[in-house]
Ligand binder design. Sequence first.
Ligand SMILES: [Zn+2]
Length: 256
Amino acid sequence: MVLPSWVTVARRNDDVIKAGDVIGDFGAKTYDPFARTDSGLLLAEEFSRLDVTRPRKLRDWVLRYGTLDLNNFEGPAAEEWYVATDVEFHEARFGAERDDVRMHLGALVRLSGSRPSLASRVPWQEAWAYPDWMVPERGSWGDRSWEATARLAAFWFNRSVEVALRPSVTLGQAFAFPLSPLIQFRWTSILAPIHLQLYESLRRITEGQSGAALCRECHLPFLQLDGRRTAFCTARERNRHNARNYRLVRTRLAGG
Ligand SMILES: [Zn+2]
């Protein structure tokens, strides 16, 4: 994942740039977007909790984790006539993209909790389906059932996973003998790894496994991409929860 070399968040409107727009250039520094962040979260979860209302916080976040790079990820939007080059970016949609990821995480939690293979499943509610504006062709997705919602999630993730895995492959270490080619993707958009993480969660759900849940401590959604995290979004949250429970038990014992 390619990091920006500098970032600024506009404080006021001018002819081209609106307050809140994020502007910057890409640099040479990269990081592994599948490693857990400093807070112990996956990038998808970290992004879903991003506060876009505070310019300095937003700037620091983009410097640390990267930018949307929508021009290269999904092509320039019609209304964004300012087309950035491949070394610079101009993003006006951090809040909207964050909200989309939040919505997908919420859908994954509900799909996971009411998946057909689960004995103790929560009955699916039609109100949990994606809102109509998310449905590409009205009617062709059938209904607001679990299956139709899972199909729609797959539709959204498939598209972006295809973009995320578009040939951007470089062979590292290709000339050191014995040859051991290392396939590397060079991503400029955080949406590439984020949508891969969401896709993996849905893939597990369609296998009958759990793919996402609400954290028992902070009550925010998190992804279950391996067997290790089942109840809490981070180890820190689990420890906080256990410490409080321990205090409660101790108080009760002391009082009783
Ligand atoms: Zn949590």
